[in-house]
Design a protein around this ligand. Structure first.
Ligand code: ADP
Ligand code: MG
Length: 322
């Protein structure tokens, strides 16, 4: 039996969280909770409000309203105490370029009140976890973006936090470091650390996270396991037909294919026709014929299994990376 299923302890509780910057509402009443040992993701496009939410969870920004508890501690009233059980990997890298990896980690370790042998031991362990033991003496200036990001993760786990909060840790780095980071996070989670992970890459979230909250325009528009979210689209695949140009205005494609599929399952954006269908092979050839009859040239046809991108598309009419 999976230990996670036996012992369910709520470790993070977020209720009706809001943040306004002047008149602009960046986060509009977000509620969710995370259990001990879980890996939870906030997935959403740029500007969705992920970082603003994260910055409130870690005590960096005071919320406009709402409440947050981490391990039962109120983050808003008691940020210093709450921060003891949190490790944070922010979106911006914060390291001293002129110092070595080891010196940077020692600096952060002292911030967590570690010293002497305990500090050295923690730094050695962390260097091993982030796979940089052999580069420990090299200056951060000589590191790639991905290696710096790994040192940042190391700094966040020196004090063995119960919850690791990461804000888009793989953006803009090389694939090798990206894989290393994903595997490190997975293994930290398997060893019991609770993970809160934001991303706009659905592949990462599908790989890492048991439960996913989808954010858009400051709201949590869906929340659940991958399976639950796939069920919201009825487990339908997507048929994506690319054309050399968009349909001309006088072609009403919805009515054209209404005998084949429901109008609500059809999405047209520029030169892409997307059709949601449970059994794509049953309608594919008719669909291609109908499109071809309009005089439109098809440049490619793709069938995609139901995934988080489909869920987002279905909920918002937009792609995660628009
Ligand atoms: P994400 O991390 O999902 O990309 P953010 O939380 O960074 O989104 O931003 C959400 C929205 O809030 C964006 O429209 C952004 O421009 C705005 N925003 C974020 N921080 C500030 C700030 N300090 N002042 C004003 N607007 C902000
Ligand atoms: Mg962000």
């Amino acid at each position: 039996m999976n230990g996670k299923e036996v012992l369910k302890v709520n470790i993070l509780n977020v209720q009706e969280l809001r943040k306004s910057f002047g008149k602009f509402d960046a986060v509009k009443g977000v509620s969710f909770s995370v259990e001990k040992g879980e890996s939870f993701s906030l997935l959403g496009p740029n500007g969705a409000g992920k970082s603003t939410t994260i910055n409130m969870l870690t005590g960096l920004y005071p919320p406009t309203s709402g409440s947050i508890q981490v391990t039962g501690v109120d983050v808003i009233n008691n940020p210093k105490l709450a921060q003891k059980s949190i490790g944070v990997v922010p979106q911006e890298i914060a390291l001293y370029g002129a110092l070595s990896a080891r010196e940077n980690l020692k600096f952060w370790g002292r911030m967590y009140d570690l010293s002497g042998k305990a500090l050295d031991k923690a730094v050695d362990e962390v260097l091993e976890i982030i796979g940089l033991t052999d580069r420990a003496k090299d200056k951060i200036n000589t590191f790639s973006g991905g290696m710096k990001r790994r040192v940042n993760i190391g700094a966040a786990i020196l004090h063995k936090p119960e919850v690791l909060i990461m804000d888009e840790p793989t953006v803009g780095i090389d694939p090798q470091s990206r894989n290393h980071i994903l595997n490190t996070v997975k293994s930290l989670n398997q060893n019991g650390m609770t993970i809160i992970y934001t991303s706009h890459y659905m592949e990462e979230v599908e790989y890492l996270c048991e439960r996913i909250g989808i954010m858009d325009h400051g709201e949590l528009i869906a929340c659940g396991t991958l399976r639950e979210l796939r069920e919201t689209i009825g487990d339908r695949s997507r048929i994506i037909i690319s054309m050399d140009k968009g349909f001309s205005k006088d072609i009403e494609i919805g009515s054209l294919i209404k005998n084949l599929v429901l109008k609500k399952d059809v999405l047209i954006k520029d030169n892409l026709l997307t059709v949601f269908h449970k059994e794509p092979h049953l309608v594919l050839s008719d669909l291609i014929q109908l499109v071809t009859k309009t005089g439109t040239k098809i440049t490619s046809v793709e069938i995609v299994e139901p995934n988080l991108e489909s869920v987002f598309l279905h909920l918002t009419g937009r792609s995660l990376r628009d």
